[in-house]
Design a protein around this ligand. Sequence first.
Ligand code: ZN
Length: 430
Amino acid sequence: MTAAAPAPRGAEAARRVLERCDELARHSSMPDGIERVYLSPEHARVNDIAAAWMREAGLHSWSDPAGNQCGRRSSDPAGRPALLLGSHLDTVPGAGRYDGILGVLVAIEVADRLRETELPFALEVVAVADEEGTRFGTTLLGSRALAGSWREEWQELTDAHGTTLRRAALDFDLDPDRIASAAREPGSLVGYLEAHIEQGPRLEEADRALGVVTSIAAAERRLLTFRGQARHGATPWHLRRDALQGAAEAVLAMERLARESGSVATIGHVRVEPDAVNVVPGLAEFSLDLRDETAAGRDAAWGRIQHELQAIGLQRGLDLDVVSTHEAPEVVCAPELRDAIAAGIAATGDAEPPALFSIAGHDAMAVAAITEVGMLFVRCAGGISHHRDEAVRADDVALAIDAMEAAVLELAARRADGAGDTRPSSAIGA
Ligand SMILES: [Zn+2]
C-alpha cells in the first residue's frame, strides 16, 4: 500500500537519529560511560531535548505526571484516540546508546514524516522515563504509570543512597501523589508500536535487518538469601555453615537447571555478610532473573530450581529466604499490529520478515495493560546490549524508520476500512 522502496530512503533520517543517540549519550551520571536513571538531573535534561525534537517534528510536547515525555501531533483533535509510538530514554549503568533511545527517535522521525498525513487516529510519541528500573530496583515504572498500573507503595522505594522515590519525584518537580494520574484513559489509545534493538543475535545470524516480535517472554526476579553462621576463618570444616559456599553451589545449579529447562537465568547480584577476608560468610544474598517464552515454562524451571536450593540449604545447614521482586507473564503482540509491522517491513523489501519472541522485557509489556501492542526489532551487532559496545548499522536504522512509517500507514488503512476497529484487551498474555 505504501511505495515499496528497494533502498532505504531514510539515510538522512538515520544519520540524524544516530547523531541524536550520540547527543543523548552525553547526558550521563557516569564519568566514563552511560547511566541515566529515573528522576535524575540527566532524565530531566534528555526530556527537555526530546521535547524540542518532538516540537520540531510537529508535535506538541508535555511531561506527564510520571515524568514520561509525551508528544502529540498538533493537528490531531483533542479526544481522538491515539496510536502511540515510543520506547524509553533511561538506561542501566554502563549502557549502550541505543537500547530504548533508538525507538524513541525512530518514533519522532515517523511522526515528522506523517505530520501532514490524514490518519483515522491521532498520533502520539512517548519517551518513557523508567523501563530499566536501575534506580529503584523495580522496572517499567514509567510505562506502568502510563498504563494505569502505578502502585502508591512505590513512593517508598529507595535508591542506593537511601533517597525515596517520593523525595526524588519532588526534586524532579513532580507531585508524587499524582504520579498515578499519568494513566491513560482506557479507549484513549488504539495501539502501541515500539521499535527496539533486538538485544540478541538472531537477526544478525539470519542476516536480516528487521524482525517482527511475536511476544515478550515471561520474566521473574527473586532475591534469595542463604543464612548460615558467621565464624572465625579458623573454624574447622565440619562446624561451618558457610552461606557463600551454598550460594556458589546454587549459582551453578541455577545455570544447569535453567539450561535444561530451555529458560535463561541470570545471577547478577551477590552480597555477603560480614564481608571480611577471615570470616566465614554468615549470609549470602543473591538475585535470580529467570525468563522463558511462557509463564508456564518459567514456573516449571523455578520449581526445579527451588527444589535444588532447598536441598543445598538442607545439606549445608543454611536457611533459605526467597522474596519475589518482579513478575511478568508473557505478553503476546496483537495479531493486527504484528501484521502491520510485517507489512511495514515488507514495504522496505523483506517480503517475509523473521518473526521472533523477545527474551528481554520492554515497555510494551506494561503498555499491554491498556492497549494492544506491537514491536519491531532492529538488528544489533553481536546481540550485545546493556554494554557500551552496543551498535546498530545506519542502513538498518533507515529501514526501521521506513518500516515503522509504513506500519503506521498499513494500520491506518486497516482502521479506515473498519477492519480493525478493536478495543484494547487481547494483547495481554496468559
Ligand atoms: Zn530497552
